[in-house]
Ligand binder design. Structure first.
Ligand code: C2E
Ligand code: CA
Ligand code: CA
Length: 671
């Protein structure tokens, strides 16, 4: 649009435009209608009158891409006072009419931005070039022409919509300042270059695949660069996520096993030269399954995320912290004095996890079992070291958990034993190799046996007696715990009846594991056992652990109430080792609390806590049993506390039923 036209437009509104022989019209971008046209334009649009033309709905069959383009023009006019010269194909009477159209913004009296258009007949063009022009205007690919200094010569609408300023130079586009010179070097070397680069656009930072090739400017004949850009941000993000996930754990964001493999080789490569050593620490959370079982998987996940965070804070930035899966984590430490380093980290690790975590309003205390394998002495490659650290971790668990153990060669043998043990366990049920032993529970005041705890053992044909701590976790894992539970409860119920018939009225306690409490058949199993044995449920008691009450699962409470309705007693085992929230436990139908042997045995440290627990039990009218009483001093303390019942090696070890009966008979005779 030349300036003479502009001068005419402003003062006299549009009338003066009639003097121009070229078609000129004002287009309402919002309503897609012609607001005014000169006579030449009325003729161009093949309209009988200006009135008719102004009533035409130009938006009626307008494509979405044309609408987008018009909106783009409008914002370019508002933002940049831009002018465009474009080749348009008009369809005045349904027939295509190629024209060169000049477009510029025109502010209406109501403040809206309209478009002033002036058309010149276009030189007769080949259909091919007409179509290519159309394609250029409609495509989502951003196409721009720059001069050799990166100044803009042309942009198609898609390119215009992506820049901040219409006169933006090519070098201003890239986020990385090194990208432009590099692109220019490639262009100079081979005449074209394609790269995926981060660019600044009007829509924010995006990833574009950019192709640049050398060409000539068709207008001046000078050197130019043709740049085409496609937005590949979505692709790039997916790719980045995929790359991240390949080397990280999705839940905690920590490196995963694959990354450990990679980083270990790097670390080992470095330390060989420096004469340093490395340590792999295999960390497994104790009783994590209880949290998952009782509080649900979401709480379990939250706990893992928190543990990941705490592990990170316990080590240096250069140390690798990874999650191997489940509740297994791994640390890779490197240093000149690796044993010292492991000791330092052990202290920090235990400290970091010591603070209880709050999950679903419950305060949960989690402890780790840690196995350590050292490089190079315990293994030359990461697979061997991982396996050995895992073995050491098992031995830390066997030592009572919340502990750290270093690998030694004997552990590999132990593993072989464990594997064959699992196979043998399946046969143990068929061969009826389980035995129930009984440990007496003594009335402190009279010294008489008033009850017995049923404790299961496995008489292995070659290995002899295997304690429950070794095989019960396996039964819990493979589902055979239900079967085992039935065997023990049945035996205990029959034994109670037999003793009662012989004149020994003893309360017999049977342990339940958390798994069993989630078994929908538990209640039916208990009923069936009571019926077939004819036992009086009042003389049978089930021992539960605190972790079973964690969470506010109403089903657990309902089940416990049902068990109580059967007439069975309930006691809380190992009290003090878990979550220890007495007030919370009050809502469950428990009659007896068994104070864990750690309180009875390490009196010095735990005495105040133990005494508080006993005092609270009295308040809550709970019966108390002290566990693990081994010495007369311990018994003296138990008595001084007014604890009613006592259990431990001092009174008797767990014994086979016959030996237990003999003990009780002697007990009776002695009185
Ligand atoms: P628990 O319920 O705490 O059982 C008491 C454990 O402490 C028994 O170990 C017993 O031998 C041991 N003990 C008793 N007095 C003393 C003492 O004075 N000093 C020391 N150091 N230990 C003492 P045991 O028989 O090896 O049982 C270990 C655990 O296995 C039991 O711990 C119980 O949680 C579980 N368990 C045993 N039988 C069954 C069963 O039939 N079903 C289930 N689900 N778990 C069982
Ligand atoms: Ca018990
Ligand atoms: Ca116990």
């Amino acid at each position: 649009m030349n300036t003479s036209v502009e001068r005419l437009v402003r003062p006299n509104r549009y009338e003066g435009l009639n003097l121009i022989s070229l078609p000129v019209w004002v287009f309402d971008l919002d309503h897609k209608r012609v607001l005014w046209a000169n006579e030449a334009a009325v003729a161009l649009w093949n309209s009988p009158s200006l009135h008719e033309l102004c009533w035409r709905d130009m938006g009626a069959d307008m494509s979405a891409s044309v609408r987008r383009r018009l909106a783009q023009y409008q914002s370019d006019f508002v933002a940049h006072d831009a002018t465009f010269n474009e080749q348009w194909t008009l369809y005045p009477a349904g027939q295509p009419l190629p024209m060169n159209v000049s477009l510029r913004g025109h502010l209406l009296e109501d403040g809206r931005m309209a478009m002033l258009c002036e058309a010149r007949p276009s030189a007769v063009a080949e259909p091919e070039s007409l179509r290519s022009v159309e394609a250029l205007l409609h495509t989502a690919v951003m196409i721009s022409l720059y001069d050799p200094h990166g100044c803009t010569l042309y942009r198609n609408p898609a390119a215009r919509s992506s820049v901040h300023r219409l006169d933006e130079r090519l070098d201003e586009r890239f986020v990385d300042p090194a990208a432009y010179p590099q692109l220019m070097r490639l262009l100079a070397d081979s005449g074209m270059a394609t790269q995926t680069l981060a660019v600044r656009t009007a829509q924010g930072e995006r990833w574009h695949e950019i192709s640049v090739r050398r060409c000539k400017d068709a207008v001046t004949g000078g050197d130019a660069m043709l740049v085409s850009e496609a937005d590949v941000s979505i692709l790039k993000r997916t790719e980045a996520r995929a790359q991240f996930l390949a080397l990280h754990d999705a839940l905690t964001g920590l490196p995963n096993r694959s990354q450990v493999m990679q980083r270990f080789d790097e670390a080992v490569g470095r330390i060989g030269d420096l004469g340093e050593q490395a340590a792999l620490l295999f960390i497994d959370l104790d009783h994590f399954k209880n949290v998952n079982d009782t509080l649900g998987h979401a709480a379990g996940d939250a706990l893992l995320v928190e543990v990941a965070r705490r592990l990170r804070t316990a080590v240096r930035n250069s140390d690798l912290v990874a999650r191997l899966g489940g509740d297994e984590f791994l640390l890779l430490l490197v240093g000149p004095d690796i044993l010292h380093e492991v000791e330092r980290v052990r202290a920090r690790l235990m400290n970091a996890l010591a603070e209880p975590m709050s999950l679903l309003g419950q305060s949960v205390h989690i402890t780790p079992s840690v196995g350590v394998a050292l490089y190079p002495q315990d293994g030359q490659n990461v697979d061997t070291l991982l396996r050995n650290a895992d073995l050491a971790m098992y031995s830390a668990k066997e030592r009572g958990r919340n502990d750290l153990a270093f690998y030694d060669a004997g552990m590999s043998e132990a593993l072989n034993n464990r594997t064959s043990l699992e196979a043998d366990l399946r046969l143990a049920f068929e061969r009826e190799e389980f035995e129930v032993h009984y440990q007496s529970i003594v009335d402190v005041a009279s010294g008489r046996t008033v009850g017995a705890e049923a404790l299961v053992r496995w008489r292995h044909p070659e290995r002899g007696m295997i304690p429950p701590d070794v095989f019960i976790p396996v039964c819990e894992g493979n589902g055979s715990i239900r079967n085992l539970g039935r065997i023990v409860f049945n035996a205990a119920a029959r034994q109670q009846v037999a003793w009662a018939a012989a004149g020994h009225v003893l309360k017999v306690a049977v342990n339940l594991s958390p798994r069993q409490l989630r078994d929908p058949e538990l209640l039916a199993d208990l009923k069936a056992a009571l019926q077939s044995s004819g036992a009086d449920p009042r003389w049978l008691q089930l021992e539960l652990t605190e972790s079973m009450f964690l969470g506010r699962d109403p089903a657990v409470l309902a089940l416990l109430n049902d068990i109580q309705t059967l007439g069975l007693g309930l006691s809380l085992d190992d009290f003090g080792t878990g979550y220890s929230n007495l007030a919370y436990l009050q809502q469950f139908p428990i009659q007896t609390l068994k104070i864990d042997r750690s309180f009875v045995q390490c009196l010095d440290v735990n005495r105040p806590v133990a005494e508080l627990i006993v005092a609270m039990c009295r308040l809550m009218k709970l019966g108390v049993v002290a566990e693990g009483v081994e010495t007369t001093e311990q018994l003296a303390w138990v008595r001084a506390q007014g604890i009613a019942q006592s259990q431990g090696f001092l009174h008797s070890r767990p014994l086979p039923a016959a030996a237990f009966t003999a003990l009780v008979v002697v007990d009776c005779v002695a009185r």
